[in-house]
Design a protein around this ligand. Structure first.
Ligand SMILES: Cc1cc2nc3c(=O)[nH]c(=O)nc-3n(C[C@H](O)[C@H](O)[C@H](O)COP(=O)(O)OP(=O)(O)OC[C@H]3O[C@@H](n4cnc5c(N)ncnc54)[C@H](O)[C@@H]3O)c2cc1C
Length: 408
């Protein structure tokens, strides 16, 4: 899949990138993880120290897929409001989902702290602003829902927003304890953590086939270079390319754009360097980095054709900068890196674990959606719990055939 194009900031922040050998023999293991992006690394992280033999197979190099384009805003609130998800899944389901999302952010923080590489994880508050007057009530209902579930959150008036920021909105949700990280360093960091505990990692090892050996009760994974990996369990963590391995009709793709600026001299007018996003669709979202750059993303386009996506990149870069200038006229920014990328979603707004009869003993990690990193953490934990404990009480919530109140 032609995932993305442009120039990427994150890889430039790690001067000595760890590297791993290619697979040159047949191997037998308990768990094979296909994909060495952040999702594969998150699975490896949870499996590390479990006593199981684990092998990660990456067709290119670690962190070079969507992970390198990820803006890595770490939030529990997603594009579909929780109040809207309740109509699809019911109250009990959404309450549990919200709890698991919060837990996933805590787990990302713990994983970042354990990693031998600084992942630049930082807790940040979020301002989720109403883009127009009509969205204020929707936002207020969402705020009340989240607050009722015991999460610290505030509803800001126009006056409060104007006091803290150089721009104005009619209202906003102000949430606490979200986060940001460096996804490239995070992926390498937690994979190094896992490798130090015996997880085998292979780069330049592309998987291109499989069969199930019923006698052995094992998946036999074949690599492009002709080697075989015999595994009791397989986790497909190939990001958006999972869909090329096994189609899932509930996945959809759009195109999205990001700009990373040169470091900015003075960010003091940016209240607490909060994460910023809004109710407009398509939306703009903004964050800062550890070395004082600004990342502006969004302006999604409804196309999954790479040429279409890429033809708009230069224009989108300019538009994103203009949108930033509107919000922070006092901060001068100069774009340094910019990219266009595919961005996956699941139609009902909740990420998914695919378990299919034609892939026995396998899990497809489909952490698609705007909070992909958080979703991956959540789903990885459930999959690993299934494998190591034989059962996860939360698995059914995320399977491709999870129960819906209404059909899409
Ligand atoms: C522009 C953009 C902005 C984003 N912003 C955010 C954000 O702010 N917050 C957030 O939480 N999420 C965000 N996301 C989502 C986030 O990037 C993804 O959820 C995350 O990076 C996915 O990581 P992954 O490991 O699943 O996929 P990838 O990083 O794509 O990793 C998959 C790996 O599998 C390998 N692979 C594929 N096929 C094979 C094969 N056959 N054999 C072996 N290896 C294979 C690939 O080479 C790749 O390295 C954003 C995504 C994009 C594109």
């Amino acid at each position: 899949m032609n995932l993305q194009s442009g120039t990427y900031y994150w890889a430039s922040t790690l001067p000595e990138v760890p590297s791993y050998p290619a697979l040159t023999t047949n191997v037998t293991c308990d768990v094979a993880i296909i994909g060495g992006g952040s999702s594969g690394a998150q699975c490896a992280y949870y499996l590390a120290g479990s006593g199981l033999d684990v092998a990660v197979l990456e067709k290119g190099t670690v962190g070079s897929g969507s992970t390198s384009a990820n803006t890595a805003i770490i939030q529990y609130s997603g594009e579909k409001m929780f109040t809207s998800l309740v109509h699809t899944f019911g109250e009990e389901y959404v309450a549990r989902h919200l709890k698991l999302l919060k837990q996933a952010i805590d787990d990302i923080e713990t994983a970042s702290r354990r990693a031998p590489i600084d992942c630049e994880f930082q807790r940040r508050d979020t301002l989720y602003a109403a883009s127009c007057a009509e969205d204020v009530e929707r936002l207020r209902t969402e705020y009340e829902y989240i607050r009722e579930h015991g999460i610290e959150i505030d509803f800001w008036t126009q006056a409060q927003i104007e006091q803290a920021y150089p721009f104005s909105r009619e209202a906003a949700i102000y949430s606490y304890q979200d986060g940001e990280l460096n996804p490239f360093r995070f992926t390498h960091g937690i994979l190094q953590y896992a490798a130090a505990q015996g997880v085998q990692v292979y780069e330049h090892t592309e998987v291109n086939g499989h069969h199930y050996d019923r006698e052995l009760q094992r998946m036999i994974i074949r690599t492009k270079k002709g080697h075989e990996v015999s595994a009791r369990y397989v986790i497909f963590a190939a990001g958006y390319e999972n869909i090329e391995i096994r189609n899932e009709k509930q996945a959809s793709f759009v195109s999205t754009y990001t700009v990373t600026t040169e470091p900015v001299a003075d960010l003091s007018s940016w209240y607490k360097r909060t994460l910023l996003w809004e109710t407009a669709r398509p939306y703009i979202y903004i964050r800062t980095t550890a070395d004082n750059r600004v990342i502006i993303g969004g302006l999604d386009e409804n196309t999954n054709i790479p040429e279409d996506r890429d033809s708009k990149l230069l224009h989108k870069k300019d538009q994103l900068i203009t949108e930033f200038n509107r919000r922070f006229p006092g901060i001068t920014v100069k774009p340094e890196y910019y990219s266009a990328a595919f961005y996956g979603g699941i139609v009902d707004g909740v990420p998914m674990i695919g378990k299919y009869d034609d892939y026995p003993s396998s899990y497809f990690l489909l952490a698609y959606g705007d909070n992909g990193t958080v979703y991956s953490q959540l789903l990885s934990r459930i999959i690993v719990q299934e494998i190591t404990e034989g059962h996860s009480p939360d698995l059914a919530m995320y399977l491709q055939n999870r129960p819906l109140l209404v059909k899409h």
